[in-house]
Ligand binder design. Structure first.
Ligand code: GDP
Ligand code: MG
Length: 241
């Protein structure tokens, strides 16, 4: 497909060309409810920490971001992390090329869930014929809420050990305190996906009705939303079709 940039006004033309040069990466953020999946995602996209989010809201955020000077269009599926039908979680896992499994250092149950989710991702992807590689898709394990030091139930060593055992990069972060930490997580995940060659034609084959139903928000919408110090419980007001 060729894009005709000739007729566009110059600033629009430049924006179009930049977007056309972007690589898209699909990321799913998994983990138990209330570990901070939305906080981590929204922090990365808006640079802000917004205290309360609608826990039932499942959204795909689109965010263009530069990683090592390369333009990357992130599509981030922020899952609701509730008990789900096995088919639904399977479709979401097939859709993504890279994964963040988040837990909270204040919640041991959420830490125990990491192992199950890692296994589920490997299992589902091993059943899908992928175009370029047989290696499991990249996963980054993220321990969130490290600022809550007095409520900590999972040590840094435990997190780092599970990262080593599962061969996944491990980060401890505080979505509340740091934007840079979330940048490090998403950037590394992108590098891992790019290096495994997982940015493949594979993803075009798995578009599904379920995934099409999940609302999408572009980062420009979330930025204006954050600057108004919003409670994201009303985020639905900002959804576009
Ligand atoms: P999700 O259900 O996994 O999407 O979790 P949320 O992002 O909705 O966060 C659940 C709760 O944890 C909210 O009250 C957030 O304000 C809080 N939270 C999220 N990240 C952090 C963090 O890094 N530090 C602290 N102290 N609270 C956090
Ligand atoms: Mg959430």
């Amino acid at each position: 497909m060729t894009t005709n940039f000739q007729r566009l006004p110059r600033p629009l033309k430049r924006a179009q060309q930049q977007l056309a040069a972007c690589r898209t990466v699909r990321v799913a953020v998994l983990g138990q409810a209330a570990v901070g999946k939305t906080a981590i995602t929204v922090r990365f996209i808006t640079k802000r920490f917004i205290g309360e989010y609608d826990p039932t809201l499942e959204t795909i955020y689109r965010h263009t971001f530069s990683v090592d000077g390369e333009c990357v269009q992130f599509e981030i599926l922020d899952t609701a992390g509730q008990e789900e039908d096995a088919m639904l979680i399977e479709e979401k896992i097939k859709w993504a090329e890279g994964f963040i499994i988040a837990y909270s250092v204040t919640d041991r149950c959420s830490f125990d869930e990491v192992l199950r989710l890692r296994f589920l991702i490997s299992h589902i992807h091993s059943n899908v014929k992928r175009c370029h590689s047989d290696t499991p898709p990249p996963v980054v394990i993220v321990a969130n809420k490290k600022d809550l030091q007095y409520d900590r139930m999972v040590t840094t060593d435990e997190g780092s050990n599970i990262g080593q055992a599962l061969k996944c990069p491990f980060f401890e972060v505080s979505a509340r305190d740091s934007y840079e930490e979330t940048v490090a997580v998403f950037s590394l995940l992108y590098r891992e996906v790019a290096s495994t060659g997982a940015l493949s034609a594979f993803r075009r084959k798995v578009s599904s009705k379920l995934m099409d139903k999940i609302p999408r928000i572009h980062s420009t919408a979330t930025t204006s939303l954050a600057s108004r110090s919003f409670s994201l419980s009303s985020v639905k007001d900002f959804l576009t079709d």
